[in-house]
Every structure is written in structure tokens, then in C-alpha cells.
Unconditional design. Sequence first.
Length: 328
Amino acid sequence: MSKTLLRRTAILIGAAIFGSVAGQSAMADNLKLAHQFAPTSLPGLSAVHFADLVKEKTAGATTVTVIPGGALGDEGANLQQLQNGSIDLALTGDLVISSYGKPYLLMTLPFLYRSPEQALHVYNGALGQELAAYLYDHEKLRLVAWQYAGTRVLTSSKPIHSLADLKGLKMRLPANIPWVAAWQKTGVAITPVAFTELQLALQTGTVTAQENPPNFIIASKFYEVQKYLMPTNHYPQMQSYLIADSVYATLPPAERQAIADAMRESADWTSQRAMAAQQADVDWLTTKGGMVLTPIDLTGLAELERGVPTELMGPAGQVLYDRIQAVQ
């Protein structure tokens, strides 16, 4: 991480702490963006990069104050705050789909995508455009851009070598319907824990396993309370940039365009860095981070997961599954 990004992160966090950042809607030239991720994580840096781009593109007329680390709540809270106008912008994971985009639930299914590139093609292609239109039509959530933030891996306090070792494992998952449906097939004992509370849950033994992209594990220091890393690579983590529709409606066309362009450019910037950093972050965790890299044999997983699309969505689930698989 560069000194410039560290400095910008500190400045923006300071503004969030000492400025008037909650309870009142920001003026159009001073927007608030909230997210739940650590400031030094890749999403945290992405938000700072976005704020810099907005300032640059508007010649300083519009500024963005970043409120990181779940200071205003987790992703679910941030999405509600967008809808009620208490924040202007948000960077969230794909919880927006499982909470508000039910016809597209399957897009977030673990063990579905062949690569991060395929996931980006799905989210940025025809399906992603349909989803964005649905979210706006039904929830007035204006989703502008998707980014890839790293591929999720499994960590645990004990080594996991095969599907058999997963049975009974006390595993944290977010309250995401497809994730729960997929992992239940493996026999894990799922406990929902908010991301902002996960470090403590791992430390106290409330859960003994979790799954996240390596850069999240580093930034949140989960390696301090987890010993083993299994490279399951089960899901390319996608994240969305959103703007409150009430804010969008008040902005002049030039500012709207500047913000949308900054979101898309920051998403591309983040996706490229996530691609480059995935293996390097695993290497760091299993050397300097002190974790033990543990190969895992997932033989039999495909058979376990075969019926999940239909179980989740009926016949429409298989149709959506086939559409996703057809994307190269």
C-alpha cells in the first residue's frame, strides 16, 4: 500500500470521525460514502480512490467523505440508509442481491464461477444490467458498478483436508441465502455473524471457521485467531457501488456523470489489483501471517451441490444457472 493511499485514508477517516457524518443528509457537494470494511483492505482503498477521482473530476466542487469499518453499521444497515437518505453512497458486497434482488439470487451461489473473469463478465454483462434495472424498479437502489475484491478461501482453527472434515465445523457465514444453502450441503454448522463482529466471534470460539478473500483476512487480522487456510477458492467476491436515488435526482448532469465514471473507474482499478494480489496475499498469510496452507480435496462437492439452484428458485433457478454457465 502506497504512502499516498495511507495518507488519504487517514484524512478521510479523520473527516468521518470529527465531521458531522450521521443523521443529516449531506449537501450535493459533500457526499457521505459508508462501508463495513477495514480502511486498509482493498475495498477500503477502493473507496478512497473513488473519493479522489470524484474530487479530481469535479475540480473540487464535489467531495466524498468515506466512513469505513462499519462505523454506520454493516452492509444491511448501509443499504437501508441509502434508501432512507441518511447516507448518499455505499460500497457493499453482494448482500444487495440476496436482500433485494430475489429473482437473481443464484448469482451469488458459492462454487458456481469458474474464475473471477467469468464472474465479472456475468455481473458486468446482460445479467448484471437486468439486476440493476430490477433493483431500481423495485427498491429505488441505483447500482452503478461492480468490482471484484478477491476470491474467498476457508480458514479454521483446525485443518480441513476433505468434505468429511467439514461436518459439524462451527462456521461463520453472512445471512446470504445461497451461501447458506450451498454450505449446508457440506454438513457445516452455520452461525450467522456480522462481519464487523467476526474477529471477536473467532477469538471467543463462538465460531471456529470463516471464509473471506485473503486481503480481508489480512486487513481484519483474522490470521491472529485462525491457524489453517484452505484454498477452496469457492467464490469470487463481488462488490457494488451504489448512490441514493434521492441524491442522484438533485445532482446536475455533469456531477452525475463524474460520480458514475469515478465509480466505474475505481471498480476497474480494484478488480485489477485484486487479480494481482490474490496469490501474494495467500503467500503472506502462510508465511509472515503464520497460517498453515492446507490442501483440501473437494471430490464429491459437485454432486452435493447439484440440486441447489432448483431448491432455491424452482425451475427458474436452473434456467439462471445455465445462463451463468454459458458466460465465458
